[in-house]
Ligand binder design. Structure first.
Ligand code: GDP
Ligand code: MG
Length: 453
């Protein structure tokens, strides 16, 4: 397929409850590269995998007839909410699209529900992979087949079970306020979420998941995607890592423009921006060159969307989840200011009266505050970092007893903060800790209801 316009590759995140099959799904998508030598080039990036459009259309899922103008899909390799909420870009999430994986035999679990809430907040289009269909008793495996092909080969009893399980998912989604349907019955993708039955182990239904993602990208995002692959690079730092012989490096997902060796870049530390020059850009070596001593291959330049390791001086202290921007031409001050704004501009609306929230990342803090906001609960203070003594003392001064609470997501409470809870001025303070936003909120709301009595 020839590429007519310069549309960048949409970025896809995989979310869902633990053990429902996120990693397996990504592995399967990556694995098909080995099989598909002709369509070839499913390339491994730093922190990501790119599946080119030819490889996808060749798998022959539903929508094969679609005229496709996007170059492929870039899957972020760190599955889970962490990647999703940490990776901000353009004031929203880095991901353009998402796949929510749910074990069809177990149904929705807390993290599935949380994933859905996060996606709703960010208005991110997504598909649901109703995974592990091969576990249904009596299932006959058709390796890597599109769902329609494999479904037709199942006996009536198995087909009946599939339908029943899907209806259960549709019902549950409806309770949560989402309209959904089996993907091949969806007429209007703007109104209905598509559910694709899959097996991350046998590969059944995977072609359809990829097709649905392409369809969503084509219909709802071409405008965003048309942004540019030229222009100065913009990306998000996925991880900050020490590499032998390279010093501190950044694993970056470049979502816009071009990044080249020698480019001046701006990245973000805790409180200030850091300006430096790209010394080298590194990609993982292809499997075939595995015997070569060096782990990475050096490249001169990359374009969006891609995952790349950046080596440069002064990278110690950069925070994961923050932006990376290329300075080119006269836009220097503006770019530095934008990065500064992005780190300051934690998109949390603070209320005069409310709880104190803490989280491990800016993205998580945002997700938590959005959820509180949607439930009409105010936030008085929002910060990245552990719960400190100062937080406890400050919360102790809150007059309204319903708000004398600290909600801490994925972040510890420091020992002296625990000690502070014993002091009389802070004796009314409660701390809610946890790794699931929706569970944290439930705990807080329950506590609040009890206080009201
Ligand atoms: P994650 O925690 O969501 O990343 O889940 P994993 O991908 O690690 O999968 C958890 C377990 O379920 C592993 O033992 C997988 O082999 C298994 N698993 C995942 N997907 C499927 C599937 O479609 N069919 C079957 N039979 N097992 C699966
Ligand atoms: Mg996993």
């Amino acid at each position: 397929m020839t590429q007519t316009s310069k549309i960048r590759t949409p970025i896809v995140c995989v979310l869902g409850h633990v053990d429902h099959g996120k990693t397996s799904l990504l592995d399967k998508i990556r694995g098909s590269s080995v099989v598909d030598t002709e369509a070839g080039a499913i390339t491994q990036h730093i922190g990501a995998t790119v599946v080119p459009i030819d490889a996808i259309t060749q798998m022959g899922g539903a929508l094969s007839k679609l005229t496709v103008s996007i170059p492929g899909l870039l899957f972020i390799d760190t599955p889970g909410h962490h990647a999703f909420t940490t990776l901000r870009a353009r004031g929203g999430s880095l991901a353009d699209l998402a796949v929510v994986v749910v074990d069809v035999n177990e149904g929705f679990k807390p993290q599935t529900i949380e994933a859905l809430q996060i996606l709703r907040n960010y208005k991110t289009p997504f598909v649901i992979a109703a995974n592990k269909v091969d576990r249904i008793h009596g299932w006959r495996v058709q390796e890597n087949a599109p769902f329609a092909t494999t479904f037709a080969k199942q006996n009536e009893r198995v087909q009946g079970i599939v339908e029943t399980k899907l209806y259960e998912l549709v019902g549950k989604l409806s309770d949560l306020g989402f309209n959904s349907e089996r993907y091949d019955r969806v007429r209007d993708f703007a109104r209905n979420i598509a559910i694709v039955p899959t097996s991350a182990i046998t590969g059944e239904g995977i072609p359809d998941v990829l097709m649905m993602l392409i369809g969503l990208a084509q219909r709802y995002m071409t405008e965003n995607l048309a942004m540019s692959v030229e222009g100065p690079g913009a990306g998000t730092v996925l991880e900050v890592k020490e590499e032998r012989g390279l010093g501190t490096t950044l694993d970056v997902i470049l979502y816009d423009g071009t990044l080249s060796v020698g480019d001046e870049i701006v990245v973000a530390g805790h409180t200030q921006t850091i300006t430096t020059k790209v010394r080298s850009l590194l990609k993982p070596r292809p499997m075939s060159e595995i015997l070569i001593e060096e782990k990475f291959e050096r490249v001169k330049s990359v374009t969006a969307a891609s995952g790349i390791k950046v080596a440069a001086p002064k990278l110690e202290g950069v925070i994961a989840g923050t932006p990376l921007r290329v300075i080119r031409g006269e836009n220097r001050d503006a770019v530095v200011e934008q990065v500064m704004n992005e780190i300051q501009d934690i998109q949390v609306t603070l209320a005069e009266e409310g709880v104190v929230i803490k989280a491990d990342t800016i993205g998580a803090l945002e997700a938590l505050s959005k959820e509180l906001d949607s439930q009409g609960i105010g936030v008085m203070k929002a910060e990245v970092g552990p719960v400190t003594r100062h937080d406890v003392i400050e919360t102790g001064t809150i007059k309204n007893p319903l708000y004398s609470a600290i909600i801490a997501f994925n972040t510890p409470t420091l020992p002296d903060a625990v000690d502070a809870l014993m002091e009389t001025s802070a004796s009314n303070v409660s701390i809610f800790e946890g790794g699931v936003i929706y569970k944290l909120l439930d705990d807080y709301v329950e506590w609040r209801e009890e206080k009201k009595r």
